[in-house]
Design a protein around this ligand. Structure first.
Ligand code: PLP
Length: 450
């Protein structure tokens, strides 16, 4: 039968996995925006606690998970692994489809996996307040939950379009005790400048990051936290893949194809990197598919180049697949996938050929999500629908070729706070936006010279 495979609490992984120790080549260094020299820990210390900076540059294969973090993980981890038998049947595919379900967390996505350790390391270093940004509100609500567990104040700059479209996420942040501000706001210099140029700005993740970073830089004993992109964030998420490895072992199964959606790259990395590490060591063949929206196609249409992480150009420069830090995506519904760049680690792995990127339109991914919902009984987050679509396409490809492959995908969150997106889909109000080469070239014209 094996529809659902659970692990006991005792089987929770006790360490995060750091793929950097197993990679044949190293990632290009992060550069200081002024000097263009590689940044050192001292450049990052105004923003992050020391332990997270150490993890960011660590070469150790495993990093132990603190007991206090494990105790909070036990509220929802290990998360279940399902075999999507009904979906397989519906698709009439010879492939086996498994999915790891991260919607069981307190805020309904994978984001608490890193919010909890980040809040913990801040608390250990005596930090009383954190600033951050959030797109659709998934990260803001997850960090709000984590900060409430450790008695830390949290201020969240939320992209204005989502602040207005998603009042429930804002309420959730407030329920966990955080303060939520629509971005661009008049509370920072960056925000004021943007509002003076464009009073109707609906905001972007890049702008919200600038505001949160500025706010942190101007106060002492305040740190900043990021919900994706950075090495330490991706590493915290590997708990997903490490659990999935144990669960699949129990079933005597091994994935041939792993699929995840990519905004900043963290949930995809979380499920994929432990398996990729094994496949590098054992020299096995493994296909990794990173699925992104056609309306924010950093991996499929962006350039692999040094760029800023934020619109205000305050962050260090990282080499990544980028659409340019001034890129503001059209107002599509997968708020978590609207970032102009990509995790440098994921970009490096795409560049080295370890990951295949694919892009799909939002109407196609909602169609896939509904097929999944009706078969499996979970309504996915709009972001997760990208992974569902990628998995379905892989399964249909197996059918075409008569291949009995095993597919594993990450169902990174549920969509119960995103029903407006589904309402819009039912009302035929969702439009597809594909960028022309010209539009992309325009957005990329402002890349910094390195
Ligand atoms: C934030 C979010 C994403 C995108 O971020 P990644 O770092 O790429 O994982 C995807 N899905 C959900 C449900 C999210 O909340």
């Amino acid at each position: 039968m094996n529809i659902k495979t659970l692990l006991s609490e005792n089987e929770l992984p006790r360490s995060y996995y750091n793929i950097i120790s197993d990679l044949p080549t190293s990632i290009p260094p992060v550069l200081h925006p002024g000097t263009k020299n590689p940044v050192g820990p001292e450049d990052l210390s105004p923003l992050f606690p020391l332990e997270l900076i150490k993890q960011e540059v660590s070469n150790s294969r495993f990093i132990e998970i603190p007991d206090e973090v494990i105790d909070i993980y036990k509220l929802y981890r290990p998360s279940p692994l399902y075999r999507a038998r009904a979906l397989e049947k519906l698709l009439d595919t010879p492939a086996k489809i498994y999915y790891k379900y991260e919607g069981v967390s307190p805020t309904g996505s994978h984001k608490p996996n890193t919010a909890i350790p980040q809040a913990y390391y801040n608390k250990e270093e005596g930090i009383k307040k954190i600033t951050t940004e959030t797109g659709a509100g998934q990260w803001g609500s997850s960090l709000a939950f984590a900060c409430s567990k450790f008695g830390i104040d949290l201020e969240v700059f939320m992209v204005k379009v989502s602040y207005e479209q998603k009042p429930y996420r804002k309420a959730m942040m407030e329920a966990f005790g955080a303060k939520c501000i629509a971005s661009p706001s008049n509370q920072t210099n960056v925000g004021k400048k943007i509002l003076s140029e464009n009073p109707d700005s609906t905001g972007s993740l890049g702008i919200a990051i600038s505001e949160a970073v500025e706010r942190c830089a101007m106060s002492s004993n305040v740190k900043y936290a990021l919900g994706s992109v950075l090495n330490h964030v991706l590493m915290h998420q590997t708990i997903i893949g490490l659990e999935a490895q144990k669960q699949l072992e129990k079933l005597d199964a091994k994935p041939d194809i792993i699929v995840g959606c990519t905004g900043g790259g963290s949930n995809f990395s979380g499920i994929a990197l432990p398996f990729l590490g094994d496949s590098i060591i054992n020299n096995d063949k493994l296909i990794l598919k990173a699925i992104e929206p056609s309306a924010c196609p950093s991996l499929t249409k962006g350039k692999y180049a040094y760029d800023f992480g934020d619109t205000g150009q305050m962050t260090p420069l990282t080499k990544m697949h980028t659409l340019g830090s001034q890129f503001v995506p059209s107002g599509f519904h997968a708020g978590g996938l609207r970032y102009h760049g990509m995790a440098p680690l994921v970009s490096h792995l795409v560049n080295e050929g370890f990951i295949i990127p694919e892009a799909y339109n939002q109407t196609d991914i909602f169609k896939a999500g509904l097929l999944f919902a009706r078969a499996e009984g979970i309504i996915p987050a709009p972001e997760a629908n990208h992974a569902v679509k990628g998995a379905i396409e892989s399964a249909l490809d197996c059918k075409l070729k008569g291949e009995k492959k095993t597919i594993l995908f990450n169902l990174c969150g549920h969509g119960y706070f995103d029903m407006q997106a589904y309402i819009d889909y039912f009302d035929n109000k969702l439009f597809d936006h594909e960028y022309s080469d010209n539009e992309i070239a325009m957005a990329l014209s402002g890349l910094p010279a390195v």
